[in-house]
Design a protein around this ligand. Structure first.
Ligand code: SF4
Length: 288
């Protein structure tokens, strides 16, 4: 019989818990529906559960068509100023669930852009990153890795003089951020100020997950395919334990993954609901 355990630190982060709790509270109190600007969480299973309660996911192109007086929720990732302006023009009510950690980062970046060139280590096009770049009027440079940074340097996109301030998207890998910071420092030297802005709930996860991945024969990582944090943490787990598998739902489990294993660990991203981890753990037990 295989021993199956769930990582005690996996599950929603504070920002996502707050946004989902706010949406559930609104739907319970007002009935009807609530529009979320973008997916409230990058997890298809949880989105289906919330859709059944009345949460409708819309995107920015839908704002103009909203009935005045309808209510729109801004998710934990935050939004650029242009989105607030569009919502104001549409005369809709806004429930702002931008995570306080992201709000603080937006403010830091806004202020930094007035005195320095801002470089953000993050995923190009990620909603949080779009919100961050929006604070600088679009002037911040986003780099995804050291190769991207080197390209920007050789292309002259990073100033040869003047101050530079480096920030990170909240859900990136601390190890990769350190590599990017070292490479930028090699170019800019004392002109560079590095701000460690990876969320504490994410940076601590790498160490905790490494211990968890090491202590299990097989690891099943559960997250939606669109979760950026999920991809980072899955790769991290797999680098520690090569018998790590990535799934979105229990139906994707394969019995052959567990051959000869005495223990299996189930873990997930900051966007993976606890109930889904429990469902996957029960399904692994039922395979045996
Ligand atoms: S990962 Fe951290 S910063 Fe991002 S939403 Fe969650 S709590 Fe907020």
């Amino acid at each position: 019989m295989i021993k199956v355990g769930i990582d005690p630190h996996s599950g929603f982060c504070g920002g996502v818990i707050r946004a989902i709790g706010t949406a559930e509270g609104f739907l319970a109190g007002h009935g009807g529906s609530l529009c979320s600007l973008g997916a409230i969480v990058h997890n298809e299973e949880e989105l289906a559960r919330l859709a059944a309660l009345g949460l409708i996911t819309i995107d920015k192109s839908d704002i103009g068509a909203l009935a005045p007086g309808s209510t729109v929720l801004i998710r934990a990732h935050g939004e650029p100023p242009s989105t607030y302006e569009a919502l104001h023009q549409a005369s809709v009510d806004v429930i702002d669930c931008t995570c306080p950690v992201v709000l603080r980062l937006q403010k830091q970046i806004r202020e930094a852009s007035e005195r320095a060139q801002v470089v953000i280590f993050g995923k190009i096009g990620h909603p949080e990153v779009l919100g961050l770049v929006g604070q600088t009027g679009g002037t911040a440079l986003v780099v995804e890795n050291v190769a991207g940074l080197q390209e920007a340097i050789s292309g002259g996109q990073i100033a040869g003089d003047g101050a530079i301030e480096l920030f990170s998207q909240t859900t990136k890998s601390p190890e990769e951020f350190a590599e990017v910071a070292a490479a930028l420092e090699a170019f800019a030297g004392g002109r560079l100020t590095v701000h460690s802005t990876i969320c504490a709930q994410v940076s601590g996860r790498h160490r905790q997950l490494a211990e968890f991945a090491r202590s299990n024969d097989v690891v099943v990582f559960v997250s939606g395919r669109s979760s950026s944090n999920g991809k980072v943490l899955y790769e991290w787990c797999r680098s520690i334990n090569p018998r790590t598998w990535h799934i979105g739902a229990a139906s994707e489990l394969r019995p052959e993954w567990f051959h000869g294993a005495a223990s299996a660990g189930v873990c997930g991203a900051t966007s993976t609901p606890r109930w889904l981890l429990e469902q996957v753990a029960a399904a692994i037990e039922n395979l045996h």
